[in-house]
Design a protein around this ligand. Structure first.
Ligand code: SAM
Length: 354
């Protein structure tokens, strides 16, 4: 072979690729540290890695590696040789916090997302792959991903896990939303597919005159009642066991609320849900849709874009842009559509029945 020109180094920084390469380790790291009690330990008192190692019963090198990796993702900070928890850790990774997400992260840390992604993409090919991979429908499905809702498939353990998983991520957004959207004109709100009831609970705490009903599958309602009681809002929030597709919706509500519900479904089901909301509301009634929104340009942000991917792997749905939701509402007959950013990447798109 003739001698070649020496290579120029790449023009793009390779750190992006290293960060992506190692991103697969982040959730397992946090899940294991949650299991080991690392966050609770360091919350009690800031510790050097050697002292943390003693308390956790692991080697000093392991403590240094784990705590250092946590610090790199801003879940610990180091000051004068001691590891401290950060505010994010205090909010989301202490089991005593109402916004504890450790259970949710642990549940997803073990999932083989690559296998599920491949199966989902193969199932969606417009031209069949040379050797069609078997599509494992809804592998690892939770209560959120049953395509044709068969309540018979829901056993107690599955419902408990599913409800706790969702609540672990959505309650913080619920409390944030209740502070940033004006519900003062609403008297009775129907929280369709409200899960653990976190949004109704947060709204009830914020608006003492408001009455909310969490419409859910019967198996879920039993658990929702426990969450409602935990926050002492039983006089303001009740539950209604109902299949939102197959049974008529109740009347007497001046607002319908959906949080992370439309993103589970394909266009046909989403349209049906919005039409059902329109039919159930009186003239002047309001609809509120709480979702993580994608940019109109289709370039992120990171969490909504990956949420969309995750939804498509596990359900029929995806995330939306504000324009898509505006069009969906206006097509159903709603007017005065507004978009309000609420908490993190979440927004509420609302409209009024004309
Ligand atoms: C992604 S979760 C959203 C829960 C809640 N709104 C939140 O944001 O935390 C979707 C919810 O839809 C409920 N669901 C699914 N199919 C349903 C149906 N046919 N009728 C009523 N609820 C249903 C599930 O039980 C689940 O709690």
């Amino acid at each position: 072979m003739p001698p070649q020109q020496p290579l120029e180094p790449p023009t793009a920084d390779q750190r992006l690729i290293w960060d992506i390469y190692f991103s697969a380790h982040v959730m397992p790291l946090i899940a294991e540290c949650d299991e080991l009690g690392v966050f609770t330990l360091i919350a009690e008192t800031p510790l050097a890695a050697s002292r943390a190692a003693e308390r956790l019963g692991i080697t000093v090198e392991w403590a240094e590696i784990l705590l250092g990796a946590l610090a790199s993702v801003k879940l610990m900070r180091v000051q004068d040789g001691l590891f401290h928890i950060t505010d994010a850790t205090r909010c989301y990774l202490l089991p005593t916090s109402p916004y504890y997400a450790g259970f949710t992260l642990r549940r997803f840390a073990g999932r083989n997302i690559y296998e599920r992604l491949k199966a989902a993409v193969d199932g969606a090919r417009t031209t069949p792959p040379a050797k069609a991979a078997p599509v494992e429908a809804d592998a690892g499905s939770s209560i959120y991903v049953v395509r044709e809702w068969s309540e018979a498939e829901l056993n107690v353990e599955r419902v408990q896990t599913g409800v706790r998983t969702m609540h672990g991520l959505s309650f913080a957004a619920a409390v944030g939303m209740a502070r940033s959207v004006d519900f003062s004109g609403v008297q009775r709100l129907l929280d369709v597919a409200g899960g653990a009831g976190g949004f109704s609970i947060a709204l009830a705490q914020r608006y003492p005159e408001l009455r909310c009903t969490v419409l859910e599958l019967a198996a879920v309602c039993q658990l929702t009642q426990g969450y409602i009681a935990r926050y002492g809002v039983e006089t303001q929030v009740d539950t209604l066991a109902l299949n939102m597709f197959f049974e008529p919706w109740p009347e007497g509500y001046d607002a319908v609320f959906f949080s992370c519900v439309l993103h589970d479904w394909d266009l046909e089901h989403r349209t049906e849900l919005i039409q059902r909301a329109y039919a159930a509301l009186p003239a002047g009634g309001r609809i509120f849709i709480h979702e993580m929104l994608l940019t109109d340009a289709g370039d992120g942000p990171l969490a909504p874009a990956l949420y969309s991917l995750s939804m498509r792997i596990g359900t029929l749905g995806k995330q939306f842009t504000a324009s898509e939701l505006r069009t969906a509402l206006e097509s159903a007959g709603f007017g005065q559509v507004t978009v309000t950013n609420t908490f993190g990447d979440f927004s509420v798109v609302s409209g009024q029945k004309i």
